[in-house]
Design a protein around this ligand. Structure first.
Ligand SMILES: Cc1ncc(COP(=O)(O)O)c(C=O)c1O
Length: 365
């Protein structure tokens, strides 16, 4: 009996070891990431099955919520710090100061903890308590200031700049106009997309906040193949659609519920970006796709991801079957739970009706 048991055990071991070695999870690509910094970039590229099957295109998304700090902005945050280290502006134990209401601040706060810096975040005082509390939990010194326009010297970005200048060993990272942000995507996101698709990418489309993602990925991919189409996806109420189509910094109609994207000016990161086309994506499309991603594909993401996928579907339909379109799932829906998953909020914004009835099960009051 003992002999038979041993044989069964050995057989199971062999099966287990073959399964283990051939498992995709433990493939040769699988390696050790060095700390949180090692978790910036190299995100999975995911085939969105439902929309790919519907359009006859491969619609692929970089799973940016898988970055260590949970969003696409971790890439920019790391490069902004890295450039400040390289230039000598930031020395060990120094302070990183930024004006941000969202993901860049969260990325910077995570990285400051991992890299031994202090983090100070200026933000408009209109921001939710959840964001302030999250940043404080991440060790940041959060300074809510009155929400005034860019042209006002008391705008949160200008205050961040002045505060950094008043300290020794501190840097204002300036995500909008510091092109280290775009460089992050030239050096990481673009090459990853090229490698992960084996160069078979027909178009990319991204919503733009600072413009770093679109400009950086576009710049890298155009160098590889100038025929790759770079499409700017602009939320309603932003100026970039009219800027690209008509050369005017005029807002499109409405005020978007998406966060982190949309612009009122052309930032240094966006300047000179190789853009082939632009489209304005309404909130009703962004919200519809945010909930479709959740219920049809299983991805719990924010509205900028819904907008990105809505844009990718439009690009796929205009190019026709057989193309490969790449976009991004920027962050998780958890960051927007209070608003984006509130029945009342969506109803007040007039977009509740665009969420298919069975998917409204995900809403709270
Ligand atoms: C949720 C989200 N999506 C997309 C973006 C756009 O990225 P970029 O600033 O590179 O244009 C941002 C930027 O803050 C964001 O927070």
């Amino acid at each position: 009996m003992a002999g038979a048991g041993w044989k069964v055990w050995r057989k199971l071991r062999i099966i287990k070891s073959v399964t283990f070695q051939s498992s995709r999870f433990y493939s040769s690509d699988w390696n050790i990431r060095h700390g949180l910094v090692g978790m910036v970039g190299r995100t999975p590229l995911v085939r969105l099955n439902k929309v790919s099957d519907e359009t006859g295109c491969e619609i692929l998304a970089k799973a940016e919520f898988a970055n260590g700090g949970g969003s696409v902005k971790d890439r920019a945050a790391y490069f902004l710090i890295r450039e400040a280290q390289k230039s000598g502006e930031l020395k060990p134990g120094g302070t990183v100061v930024e004006g941000t209401a969202g993901n860049t601040g969260i990325g910077l706060a995570h990285l400051c903890l991992a890299m031994g810096y202090k983090c100070v975040i200026y933000m408009p005082n209109t921001q939710s308590h959840e964001k302030i509390e999250l940043l404080q939990t991440l060790g940041a010194d959060v300074r809510p200031v009155p929400a005034v326009a860019w042209s006002d010297p008391n705008n949160y970005n200008h205050q961040a700049k002045r505060f950094a200048e008043s300290l020794d060993n501190a840097v204002w990272t300036n995500q909008f106009d510091n092109t280290a942000n775009r460089l992050a995507h030239i050096e990481t996101t673009g090459p990853e997309i090229w490698q992960q698709t084996d160069g078979k990418v027909s178009a990319v489309t991204f919503g733009t906040g600072t413009g770093g993602t679109l400009a950086g990925v576009g710049t890298y991919l155009k160098e590889k193949n100038k025929d790759i189409q770079v499409v700017l996806a602009d939320p309603q109420g932003s100026v970039l659609y009219n800027w690209f189509k008509h050369g005017k910094l005029e807002r499109s109609e409405g005020n978007s519920i998406t966060e982190g994207i949309g612009q009122g000016r052309v930032t240094s990161n966006l300047e000179g970006a190789p853009i082939d086309d632009a489209m304005c994506i309404t909130d009703k499309e962004a919200v519809e796709y945010t909930f479709r991603l959740l219920h049809e594909e299983g991805f719990f993401v924010g509205a900028s991801s819904g907008l990105n996928v809505a844009a990718a579907v439009r690009v796929a339909k205009s190019m026709g079957p057989g193309h490969t379109i790449v976009t991004a799932l920027c962050d998780t829906g958890q960051r927007y739970y209070a608003k984006l998953f509130s029945r009342k909020f969506l109803d007040d914004k007039g977009v509740l009706q665009y969420i298919p009835e069975p998917y409204r099960i995900s809403l709270h009051d």
